[in-house]
Design a protein around this ligand. Structure first.
Ligand code: MG
Length: 228
């Protein structure tokens, strides 16, 4: 029987509702990279934002500037902090997420949040969402104490430590087949694939992994798995 739950954030409990292209355009302009066309700036930035290891938006922007052989402005830290805050303000909980976390927490279910991304952007989003109190452990891949992206075993190992549970007692819920589901199964956790709205992910789910298409459906399934 499962006793604890690890949640992915983006695409599982929450969603970015902003316009990332517009945010990237603002950054390009603030960094005075007018000679770099928007598409190549966007793709270079996107690549840097998914780098493994300790990572912040400021690190990513510094690497983009290096690759373009441009000097970083003196106020790069301010530019990055403003953009991370703007990003966080546009992340919203999906319908039912708040209620699900409150209900599981009240039932004594231990929970952890495992999210891939730069530390400053993900933490800005988590602050805005106001759900941190429900989690025994919040593991952001870019955090220097984590420095590992799902599906790396390290982030699942840290989750077990934070929850004080062995892998078999934990269910990982996520929308990414490779990072969330593959990583969890490889480490010995149980897994549930979130496929909001039913986009056909069941075809990609490993055999035996339940698929849910809403947080309401997930809520019922977790009641069975956790027997709460
Ligand atoms: Mg996700």
């Amino acid at each position: 029987m499962a006793k604890a739950v690890c949640f992915d954030l983006d695409g599982t409990l929450a969603r970015y509702t902003g316009d990332f292209q517009a945010l990237a355009a603002l950054l390009r302009s603030e960094l005075m990279l007018h000679m770099c066309d928007m598409n190549s700036f966007y793709s270079t930035l996107s690549t840097e934002l998914t780098r493994d290891g300790a990572l912040t938006l400021e690190d990513s922007l510094r690497r983009v500037l290096d690759r373009l052989e441009q000097r970083a402005p003196a106020d790069l830290d301010r530019v990055a902090a403003d953009a991370a805050r703007a990003y966080g303000e546009d992340v919203r909980l999906l319908p039912g997420a708040k209620e699900l976390l409150e209900r599981l927490d009240a039932a004594g279910v231990k929970m952890a949040l495992l999210t891939n991304g730069p530390e400053d952007m993900q933490k800005a989003a988590i602050n805005v969402l106001g759900v941190a109190r429900h989690f025994r452990a919040i593991l952001v891949s870019g955090d220097r104490d984590v420095a590992a992206r799902k599906p790396a075993p390290r982030i699942f190992s840290l989750a077990c430590t934070g929850l004080q549970m062995v892998p078999e007692q934990i269910v990982m819920v996520g929308d990414n087949v490779e990072a969330d589901i593959g990583g969890a199964l490889d480490y010995g956790l149980q897994a549930v694939l979130m496929d909001h709205g039913g986009t056909g992910a069941p075809d990609r789910a490993p055999a035996g992994v339940p698929v849910v298409t809403s947080l309401a459906e997930l809520s019922g399934l977790l009641d069975e798995l956790l027997q709460v």
